[in-house]
Each structure stands twice: as structure tokens, then as C-alpha cells.
Ligand binder design. Structure first.
Ligand code: APR
Length: 245
């Protein structure tokens, strides 16, 4: 496809999903028969799963920590870091991914709306805890927890949980994301099936004047909302795609 020109008054908003890490060897979710790394989502990625069997949840995320440690950023992550270098504050990246491959490629102006694999927090911290909330925030953590007894405890007595937005929980940093979308003139959505909300709606939040481009090997569920669809792998399409004025 021809290069996308970003003029001096223009701003680029990028949304990435699991597909951007596929070429690094990390599996995407929805192409696995409803299973996610051999587990049902309801057994490992919901508040109910945590209440029922926290050790099982931690075994799942411990395994994902192991896999992410072994993975390396690919050409797509690097291309997005290059775009940020060229655009500075006119660039913003929102990822649904919890791996740290964007950071390791050099991205800095990014938010993880679904949390971070290498961070943990007290189970009583965060939104929805009311007056009983624990004030300890998320912290960097690459430990592996395999049994209930091994799960670390907060000073308040709560168990340490993954800093991940599970199904049924509120995505993070939504105010910042909405602000960035409102200011953008080009939106690039890469490697996401367009099935999980609110991220699947971002393309609708962009104004009609915004150029809305999807990149991935197959059409996403919300394909109709884009002004352009580029079928191809992120690592092949993204390098050199953006032309900055
Ligand atoms: N380059 C670009 N896209 C790719 C590539 C690639 N090399 N390989 C696969 N894809 C695309 C697939 O075509 C698919 O549309 O990546 C998409 C992956 O879709 P999902 O597995 O549904 O992942 P995602 O959309 O990121 O899931 C959203 O769901 O489970 C939750 O919280 C989790 O953040 C996740 C959210």
C-alpha cells in the first residue's frame, strides 16, 4: 500500500491487539477453539475464577510470564517505536496486550488498557473496592506462583493478584485514551479481532474526518467501521508505512 503521510498538524493514534505479538511467537486468543493456552477463559481470566481457585489463575499467568520472557519484539513493535521517535507527542499507542514487547522495542507513549503481565497488585486494590480498598498500587513483579501457599500477601492481608483486566472488569486509563482519540487525525488498528469491547468501539469514537486503517491478515469483526483495510502481517506491513512531515 502507499505510505501514510502524517502532516505537521496531524496526530496518530494506534491500537494494537494480540496479532502484533504473533510474529514474536506469542499465541493469539480467539484462533484456538475457544481455549486460551489450553484453558477456558472462565477458568483463568475472570474475578470468579480468582475467587474459586487463585492458584490455578496464577499457574496460568506464571506460564504466560515464562513465555513472554522468552519472546523478543518483532518488526511490528520496532516500526511502532520508530513512528513514536519521528512523531513525538503526536503519537500515542494503546495496547490490549499485557506483554512488554512494545516497551522492549522502545515505545514510551503507550498505555496497557488490559493491564501488564509483569506487574501485580493486592486483590483489594483498584476500582470497585469502595471504602475497604487497599491503597497499595500495582508494582513490578516477574515472580512465578504455582500453589495457593506460594501466593504472596499484601501488608493488608490480601493476596497478590496479576495486574490484569479480567473479563467483567473495567479497562484502565480510559480517560487518557478517550482524550487521545478525540485529538487524533489518523487511527491505525493492528492485529485485533474487533470482538472485545470497549476497544472494538474506538474506531467508532474517532470522528468521520479521521483516517481509520486496519492492518492484519484477516478482516476484523468491526471491518465496516474502517476507511481502509490492509490485509497482511503486521511485521511486514508496518515498517516504513508512515511518512512523517
Ligand atoms: N499481524 C497482524 N495481525 C495478526 C497477525 C499478524 N502477524 N496474526 C494474527 N493476527 C490477527 C488475527 O487475524 C486476529 O484478528 O490478530 C487478531 C487476534 O485476535 P484476538 O486473538 O481476538 O486478540 P485481541 O483482539 O487482541 O483480543 C482482545 O481479548 O482475551 C481478551 O484481554 C484479551 O486483550 C485481549 C482481548
Amino acid at each position: 500500500m502507499e505510505r501514510i503521510r502524517i502532516g505537521p498538524e496531524q496526530r496518530l493514534f494506534v491500537l494494537t491487539g494480540a496479532g502484533v505479538s504473533a510474529e514474536s511467537g506469542l499465541k493469539t486468543f480467539r484462533d484456538q477453539d475457544g481455549l486460551w493456552e489450553g484453558s477456558r477463559v472462565e477458568d483463568v481470566a475472570t474475578p470468579e475464577a480468582w475467587a474459586r481457585d487463585a492458584a490455578r489463575v496464577w499457574r496460568f499467568y506464571s506460564q504466560r510470564r515464562r513465555e513472554a520472557r522468552k519472546a523478543e519484539p518483532n518488526a511490528a513493535h520496532r516500526a511502532l517505536a520508530d513512528m513514536e521517535q519521528a512523531l513525538g507527542e503526536r503519537f500515542f499507542l494503546c495496547t490490549q496486550n499485557v506483554d512488554d514487547l512494545h516497551e522492549r522495542a522502545g515505545s514510551r507513549r503507550l498505555v496497557h488498557m488490559h493491564g501488564e503481565l509483569f506487574a501485580s497488585r493486592c486483590e483489594f486494590s483498584g476500582a470497585g473496592m469502595g471504602a475497604f480498598a487497599c491503597s497499595r498500587g500495582p508494582f513490578q513483579d516477574d515472580s512465578l506462583y504455582e500453589t495457593e501457599a506460594a501466593i504472596a500477601r499484601c501488608a493488608c492481608g490480601g493476596r497478590i493478584r496479576p495486574h490484569i483486566v479480567w473479563f467483567g472488569e473495567m479497562p484502565l486509563k480510559m480517560n487518557r485514551i478517550e482524550r487521545e482519540i478525540a485529538q487524533s487525525t489518523t487511527m491505525l488498528v493492528v492485529g485485533t479481532s474487533g470482538a472485545v469491547y470497549p476497544a472494538a468501539n474506538f474506531v467508532h469514537w474517532a470522528g468521520a474526518h479521521v483516517r481509520r486503517i486496519y492492518i492484519g491478515p484477516e478482516e476484523p469483526g468491526n471491518a465496516d467501521a474502517f476507511s481502509e483495510i490492509v490485509l497482511g502481517k503486521a511485521g511486514e506491513v508496518l515498517p516504513g508505512l508512515v511518512d512523517v512531515d
